[in-house]
Design a protein around this ligand. Sequence first.
Ligand SMILES: *Cc1c(COP(=O)(O)O)cnc(C)c1O
Length: 357
Amino acid sequence: MSRFFSEKYQELKAYVPVELPPKKFVRLDTNESPYPASPFVYRSIDQFEIDNLRLYSDLESNKLLKAIADNFGVSENQVTVGNGSDELLSFSFMAFQNKEGKFYFPSISYGFYPVYADMAHVKREQIQLTESLSIRAADYFNLDGTIVISNPNTPTGLTLSVGEIEEILLSNKDNLVIIDEAYIDFGGESCIPLVSKYDNLLVIQTFSKSRNLAGARVGFAVSSPEVIEDLNRIKSSFNRYNLNRLSVIAATAAMKDKDYFKKCTNEVKKTRGEFVKEMEALGALILDSKANFVLVKIPSMTGEQYCDTLLEKNIKVKHYDNPTISDYVRISIGLPDAMRNVIKVTKSILGVEEQRD
Ligand SMILES: *Cc1c(COP(=O)(O)O)cnc(C)c1O
């Protein structure tokens, strides 16, 4: 730290990126899509668009807003876009503090929530998960602050139903409820349709997971026109052109290719189902994930041991220091081959004979 660093941020604990060993391995720790971008994306970026990089991105961003609004059947003034949903989440922590400055979110969830909370100097109230690691909707009834819930939650993959979220909304009429749907397209039910009914709902989604564009950094928010106006106010005070032209064009194309989106998310769901079945047959305990990852526990070892053993075989998964989940690892659903390899390595760790056929 330099002597110039603001006192305001001296306690800030930034998100620590994982240390990667200097070798080739399959990454199953980041929940990126194993599939390439839609063919529409390839066709949308050409020499002409590279020439156009001399221009700012506002007109293109309007097309992206329209594509998102059309896809979800909402108006364009109910949508805004961010440089990844991370940016929109961060803006939300800045923008939507009540008088007490309180934010409620689960004790185990997306690692960035506490970071953004601290950046925005809000009071964070973290609510425990249940014994079975799920979020109990009733724990979020009648609170006195802004609520942030990842649905499905990470790293569990467990979901709340739209009905449960509706109960949270109804009992928190004076609190904004932010639902982070980064993984909703892998089996959960989106609550975007509730946006027209509840003015205290803000839904945030991303192109990073189900739309195969993590490197493009595009996320979007859907809410009432008023909440969107507030977010835009923060955004425009921070960086008016927060998205670059090429990413905006890529995201617009990806949003329009509904068939490809369906195909990719269905593949992931299918691979997840097969992976879970085979791992359970080996004795692994797996939470009922509706996301593109699963939380796995091998009863005979800690999460760290399992993670390290997989890494020796060039497979990178994620384990957690938090004692509640330290027996687990989170494994992203990759290509079928990658998942078969995880199963093979797990069998050899457990001393189970591979079947020859
Ligand atoms: C991946 C992820 C995001 C952020 O994604 P961006 O790449 O910034 O769009 C947001 N929330 C959760 C829960 C995530 O796992």
